[in-house]
Design a protein around this ligand. Structure first.
Ligand code: PLP
Length: 491
């Protein structure tokens, strides 16, 4: 069985169970490392559509899914759900390329994976031949929540819970979540930050007593700890590369860099997996905001979460415990799960750990890291809009800033693609301030103003949000999450 827990070699499963469980019972993440079986012949991909690339890649990873099931999942996820047939269009700027990942139903890159995850879960239920209901627990820093709600609403045999940090998401993000309809959705604000939400959810996922308390139900996760979130994200790295080849920006097999705004390390890890599958990537540029744990980690080999949490204008990256880093460490130490377990135990005990020299060297060979303050982020939004007439959201702008740092470091002169992770309209307030516009207080008024100033069109799904009925008002403490879930489930 190809998937093992990052913390124990004895736990191994097929893809369907890895996706249903979300998190391994020992608290580790499911991962595979047999990349010899996952190599892509680049030429065969050159004229594939997005859907064809997705099918090909998913078939390799999802070892126990029938081909027809994968075909159906891909069709359901990517036909008519995105506002462009290309799914993820590539835009050329003067010195770089922007891969727009925000054309899905909620205007954030999380849609790419969360449009397909519910179908992958339904496929897994069939493969496992179970009538159990799947209870999806989701901690969100703002974007995952809405994308997961859209993906799972009214999906048979599932219920979804979303926990977001109270007062720490943007007004638009909050409006998107609290107005969500569907017979199987639950949304609550949590007093705390994203890390508090994520820790509480992880704890419940590995809590044996809760599983005993629920009949015919299983818990799983829609966070990127679920391998079913990561695999679909590999696809767009290949798509961007083939666009560059087909638009004659690069030769086939020429190396490129990708700059990725990073929080939980999911998106950028998908890029690393693409590289392991043969995509010619030189550097992966890891961009953080002022919660720059990852910047320091890549530069020093020390992961230290003991620092004050900052609320920034790129809230989806306000994270101090980056879950998917565990998978990277597992791969960099060739699957030495005892070593990974030690590091993770240290992290939960002391809030920090230091990797060995060899691992640090490997890390620095693959990744470049940097961060942007809010002020720098705002300046970049303004500059790029002024000079190139391209409007970025704050997360994308963070990546742009670190891409500039990378250029200054002169490590290579390959072309670089920046991943754009959200529509600027999800963060109108910060964007308007960056453009030095007198910003109205009301975010929805602001959207109209931003449109007048920039002429960039407003995504349909965000237009009438303020007119929708608020469905969810619960505010709870992290310690109450477990009981909240049991109560809502009627257990
Ligand atoms: C989630 C998110 C990120 C961070 O992605 P990770 O996979 O958690 O690293 C960056 N930008 C936006 C807009 C996001 O929603």
């Amino acid at each position: 069985m190809p998937y093992k827990s990052t913390r124990s070699n004895d736990i191994e499963v097929h893809a369907s169970l890895a996706i249903l469980n979300g998190l391994s019972e020992d608290g580790g993440l499911y991962m595979r490392k047999d990349f010899d079986k996952l190599q892509i012949d680049l030429r065969s991909f050159q004229h594939f559509s997005y859907q064809e690339m997705a099918e090909n890649i998913l078939c390799r990873y999802l070892d126990d899914y029938p081909k027809e099931v994968i075909h159906e999942c891909v069709q359901k996820a990517y036909t008519h759900k995105f506002d462009t047939e290309e799914i993820v269009p590539l835009v050329k700027l003067k010195n770089t390329y922007i891969l727009e990942l925000f054309h899905g139903p909620t205007s954030a890159f999380k849609d790419v994976a969360l449009s397909i995850l519910p179908h992958l879960i339904q496929g897994a239920l069939k493969i496992q031949n179970t009538q159990d209901e799947i209870i999806i627990l989701t901690a969100t820093s703002g974007d995952t929540g809405k994308a997961a709600l859209e993906g799972f609403k009214d999906v048979n045999q599932t219920q979804i819970f979303v926990f977001y940090p109270n007062e720490k998401v943007s007004t638009i993000q909050k409006a998107q979540m609290v107005t969500q309809t569907g017979h199987n959705v639950h949304v609550a604000a949590v007093e705390g930050n994203f890390d508090d939400c994520q820790s509480a959810v992880k704890k419940i996922l590995t809590d044996e007593t809760i599983n005993a308390e629920m009949k015919n139900k299983r818990l799983s996760s829609a966070n990127s700890i679920n391998i079913g979130r990561l695999i679909p994200q590999i696809v767009y790295y290949f798509k961007a590369y083939m666009d560059l080849v087909n638009q004659q920006e690069i030769e086939m097999y020429e190396k490129v860099n990708f700059a990725v705004p990073t929080g939980n390390f999911g998106n950028i890890l998908a890029g690393y997996l693409a590289k392991k599958m043969g995509l010619p990537i030189d550097r992966l540029i890891c961009a953080s905001n002022e919660n720059n744990v990852l910047t320091d980690f890549i530069q020093t080999g020390i992961y230290n979460a003991n620092r004050s949490f900052k609320t920034t204008i790129s809230p989806s990256m306000d994270i101090l415990i980056s879950s998917n880093l565990e998978r990277l460490i597992y791969l960099l130490c060739e699957g030495n799960s005892a070593m990974v377990k030690n590091y993770m135990d240290e992290l939960s005990l002391k809030g920090s750990y230091e990797v060995c020299d060899l691992m640090k060297k490997k890390l620095q060979k693959e990744f470049f890291s940097g961060y942007a303050s809010d002020e720098q982020t705002e300046r970049i939004i303004q500059e790029v809009f002024e000079k190139e007439a391209y409007l970025m959201d704050p997360h994308t702008a963070v990546a742009y800033k670190v891409f500039q740092d990378f250029q200054k470091a002169q490590l290579n002169d390959h072309k670089t693609v920046i991943l754009a992770t959200a529509s600027p309209y999800k963060f109108t307030h910060a964007v308007m301030e960056s453009l030095h516009q007198d910003a109205a207080q009301d975010e929805f008024e602001l959207m109209k103003q931003l449109h007048e100033v920039t002429q960039v069109s407003i995504p349909e799904n965000l237009k009438d949000l303020d007119k929708k009925v608020i469905q969810h008002k619960d505010v709870i403490h992290p310690d109450e999450i477990k009981n909240y879930i049991l109560e809502k489930l009627g257990e």
